[in-house]
Design a protein around this ligand. Structure first.
Ligand SMILES: [Mg+2]
Length: 355
């Protein structure tokens, strides 16, 4: 039967070691939420909602309201037809971060009951991922120090948040990063804040080091697909993040030849839609990236399971648990430098909440 008998949610304020700055603003605290979904045999699953106001305006309050609304939609229903449950959450117009939490908890419970890892459930393609690490927006000194620490910790791909400041400021940050991380590859993420011309100017400012810029994520506004295409035609690999919220967006971006890569985030659209986006991207010959908002290992453990299960993700950006001041979870992946190993996760995503 696997009937859902309970769904509880709570605010989950996660203190950060340093502000997580992007072009649209900084997050000083991840005001998230978590939920616990219980099945009729006592098995339970956990999920996380990570609203990031500066990205899409979603808030913790809305996530909690929608999680409370989800209880009425879920309790008494079967967990086995999980895609139908996911569809119902979408039709009820729940905020994406709340849908992500409920779908995660549902699949976690389902897999724990089946004594199956979520990674195996998604396909079991591989057990390890190598993540990049983010250098948030901020001063040249902070970026330089972050790059230095990242290199010492074994990271070879640095994702630099750009935009929201004069271009010269970002040029200085990138030059400093390249200087202290001479072997590293660079990813840039403008979070939809630049024009195509500015993005190309920023890339050109790297001069002879430009080949180290392997990906420019969302240089231009969400709806400026011409801009994305222009950056691409300027010789850069471009990823869609804010522009890609659904499988339909992925197909349209591919037809418009606007991007090379799709950044999947379960927090943008829920788990079922993220799977559909991955399949749409593959069908259209686009590369895949897995990312997230500012999340603990609870949400990122689901994303890691999805990426490992499907396999072949070219870019992995599952670094925000490292930004938390205290570890709020137990279990999940084992980390060694930039490598995340899910080999020992036995049931579900394997992550429990401890504070
Ligand atoms: Mg992004």
């Amino acid at each position: 039967m696997s009937t859902i008998i309970g769904l509880e949610a709570a605010a989950w304020d996660l203190k950060l070691r340093e502000p997580f700055g992007i072009a649209g603003g900084a997050q000083h605290l991840a005001a998230n939420a978590w939920c616990r979904l219980e099945l009729d045999d006592g098995t339970f699953g956990l999920g996380e909602a990570a609203p990031f106001p500066a990205v899409n305006g979603e808030t913790q309050r809305q996530a909690l309201e929608d999680l409370s609304r989800a209880r009425g939609l879920m309790v008494g229903r079967s967990a086995l037809d999980w895609r139908r449950r996911a569809r119902e959450l979408t039709e009820a117009e729940l905020a994406p971060s709340a849908r992500c939490a409920v779908e995660s908890a549902l699949l976690d419970a389902w897999c724990r009951r089946a004594r199956l890892s979520l990674r195996a459930f998604f396909g079991g393609h591989e057990a390890r991922l190598v993540t990049d690490i983010t250098l948030p927006t901020g001063s040249v000194a902070a970026t330089t120090e972050g790059a230095r620490r990242a290199v010492a910790a074994g990271f070879t791909r640095l994702k630099v948040k750009v935009g929201g400041a004069p271009l010269e400021h970002d040029v200085a940050r990138l030059r400093a990063t390249l200087a202290v991380a001479p072997e590293a590859e660079l990813l840039l993420d403008a979070n939809a804040s630049l024009s195509a011309a500015e993005a190309l100017e920023l890339a050109a400012s790297l001069g002879r080091e430009r080949h180290r810029l392997v990906l420019f994520e969302q240089p231009t506004p969400k709806d400026d697909w011409d801009g994305l295409r222009r950056v691409r035609e300027g010789g850069l690999q471009v990823a869609a993040d804010e522009s890609a919220q659904s499988a339909r967006d992925v197909a349209a971006l591919a037809r418009a030849r606007a991007v090379d890569v799709i950044n999947l985030k379960i927090t943008k659209c829920g788990v079922a839609e993220a799977l559909d986006m991955a399949l749409a991207a593959r069908a259209h010959g686009l590369e895949l990236m897995i990312g997230g908002m500012v999340e603990s290992k609870l949400a990122m453990g689901v994303s890691a399971s999805l990426a490992c299960g499907l396999g072949g993700f070219r870019y992995v950006d599952l670094d925000t648990p490292m930004f938390l001041a205290e570890e709020p979870t137990r279990g999940g992946w084992l980390q060694d430098g930039a490598t995340l190993s899910l080999e020992d996760v036995e049931h579900g995503h394997g992550v429990d909440v401890i504070r």
